[in-house]
Design a protein around this ligand. Sequence first.
Ligand code: UDX
Length: 443
Amino acid sequence: MEKEQKPCHLVLVMAPFQGHITPALQLATALHSKGFSITIVHPELNSPDPSNHPEFAFESIPDKFTPPRHLDRDVVGLALSLNKNCAAPLRQCIEQMVRSGDRITAVLYDSFMFCAQTVVDELRLTGISIRTSSATTLLLLPLFPQLEEKDFISQIDAPELQALQLPRLRALLSQYPTSAMTEMRVAFTNAVRSSSAIIANSMAFLEQAALSNVKQHFPVPIFAIGPLHKLAPTIGSSILTEDDECIAWLNKQAPKSVIYVSFGSIASIGEHELIEMARGLVDCEQPFLWAVRPGMVRGSEWIEPLSDGLKECVGEKGHIVKWTPQKEVLAHGAVGGFWSHCGWNSTVESICEGVPMLCKPFFGDQLLNSSYICNVWKTGMELQELERGNIERTIKKLMVDIEGTEIKNRAMDLKEKAADCLMEYGSSSCSLNELTKQISSFS
Ligand code: UDX
């Protein structure tokens, strides 16, 4: 890299969803700080604002995609349509760069945008797959045509992985044996297997056993370089407007007293579930900060299903907003617990602040993340059933009871380990340096 006059040029293909946009911009920032020049190629949907990132070039590609109101209803269909619609424009876009004399060192793409690897292969470029979820998902999602499923299961059911219950989680995927699911899993697997490297927003210690298992199935180097949001904090990656006033509200609460509730950017709930959540939160006697995304409640714009009486009770004990500055919220001294859908970003952000979790996974990798939290790291407990009594009891268990104390201690322990990863000789810092060398070697 030092010998080069012109910086190596990387193209980063982004997937247009909140949980993907943020880590992609963070990764781009980290690589830019290592001297790479970066062009971000993104579908039109949820376009990032280039004025927030003058250090990058941006290229928008038409996606001909109208997202359904509730994205969680058909994630597989979503992945397939997006990839089908974006493949040709992506090819044109990259071809145009090459034609104009641009020397592209590598194309890094979100593994959700698996069409990118085919484009890269056709144009004889180097592809690098970015996993914005855990690296362990590479044991859940893929299908290996040369391996019988039972043989694969026996390989991933190693003793050190048993607490994760991978066979059970893989069986859940097979509950949707649609041709669309198979098509998506095959396309995803082929892309990752053809890539020249995999980058994961993770930390070696978090997924150690799984990472070594993943390496047996993917013949390319894997770089765990998380937590990306600490490595390269980036601004302006939020699709929705962050409500900063919730920080003023947190400032008035006692240390570690608040339970923060957010189910991320995609999961949805029913009207009855919203009411049960409100009732349970009010009854648990802990202050709460609750992010209810507009459209998160099926059939409603926002929190209309709550009666005026219930809204009043909620207002006395807690604070509801549409979208929070989540990383700041989790780092706030008043927050003592996080009731989450266990999206990977939320999971990593919570780990980094030592906040114990209550887990309500909805779909996909959220089930695996919850299994890590409750069964492997033991930094949280399940709060699945959206019924008021259960909510009240479980929140008290975490925030007040002795059982919660041990969980809190383990969460603080994980926070320290996560911080160590980014020290000069920490695993993620070393991994990022290795990745930099590897990418430079492609030029
Ligand atoms: C999606 C999938 O649901 C998840 O399983 C996968 O791991 C990533 O893609 P999402 O629902 O967006 O994730 O959740 P998550 O990965 O946790 O990302 C949400 C992001 O939004 C986090 O970075 C979080 O900090 C941010 N957020 C969330 C806010 O900034 N404010 C909020 O109020 C809620």
